[in-house]
Write a protein that binds this ligand. Sequence first.
Ligand code: KE4
Length: 429
Amino acid sequence: MIYKRSSALFAEAKKFIPGGVNSPVRAFKSVGGDPIFVEKAKGAYLYDVDGNRLIDYISSWGPLILGHAYEPVIDAVIKKAKLGTSFGMPTEIETELAQLAVSMVPNIDKIRFVNSGTEACMSAIRLARGYTGKDKIIKFAGCYHGHSDSFLIQAGSGAVTFGSPNSPGVTQGTAKDTLLAEYNDLESVMTLIAANKGEIAAVIIEPVAGNMGCIIPSDSFIKGLRKICTEENILLVFDEVMTGFRLSRGGAQETLGIDADIVTFGKVIGGGLPVGAFASRDEIMAHLAPEGPVYQAGTLSGNPLAMSAGLAMLTELNNKPEIFESLAKKTSYLHDGLSSVLSEHGIPNQINRMGSMISVHFTETPVIDFTSSAKGNNEFFRKYFHGMLEQGIYLPPSAFESYFLNDAITYEDLDYTIEALQNTASDLK
Ligand code: KE4
């Protein structure tokens, strides 16, 4: 594959944009080489500026669960755009999307739209602090909840790739109120709660983690977490920016059978346009301005174009819940194919999967938390990433990410992907 024009565009971009990208993980820092610039995309395929066609396993980091340029979404946005793009005034479509989301997700009565997952998680924590009157939060090493200060304390995702777990610019004043526990380790949570009795407003977690690669919570861990939060009057915040409307209609709450107190969304809920959201039961959401004292706002929150994309996307998923099963089957097929190739070549690997989220780790140790995820062989991963890219397979350019399958991917694409690993496996060793 030739990537000449991508490299030229990257050089140009770096003159005007820090690192040439508007989000660090796109820069290929942890896999090396220049990032690919995309011309357009349709269904399961990306078409880059050098004319290469790539099978996309990122789906824009989750949003495009039905594939790129999905007709009903595109038509809805075009139609809406002709009526104006933004008013800073309430519009009916915000209520339509809110009503649909509330009908699909358990345990929420109201939802507030924002413009990103970061805003959703930042606002959810402020609401939890405002509602409980307590300052501290617990997050988990390796989980990523966006780039607001309270979360950049050994964050996962990009920050881990950059090996700067505590980002400069985050003050000690902020950091002191964020406590760090270990994923799948209830003991670490209980220790923090005991040491900060009565001071913890919320525990925020990725109910299925996607920023350490994909990590599934053990049944005892996630059930124990719910139990201890209830006993200690701590709000359990499910960050469903990745899992919401992806694992099932009701997201991780439905799939895992665990009730959260506050749920955050992003990605799929916007259908590819900038939408985040946070939601809860009436008594908690009543604390949010203008009804209550907890302030939160946004010029483009509930933007009609973004709402139209989200409404078209969620309407499809709501009317065709069989999509979730179809996606899970395709992901399981991919899992089996990749696993048998790696085992055939004697390459140590762990493949974690839930629904249409999956990740490949080059390690013998089961990947159950950030520490075990970090044990993955990065040199193997780098060769794997580029070996697959050379054959037209676009994987996340970091071992600390989940793949996100979209339903436009066919079994032929999956077979081609498995074949591509067969072709590159001998170079991995
Ligand atoms: P955004 O602010 O990027 O919309 O959402 C932040 C966020 C919150 N919570 C979870 C569980 C997330 O995965 C994210 C963002 N995910 C990353 C992918 N690891 C977005 C990709 C990027 O940073 O460019």
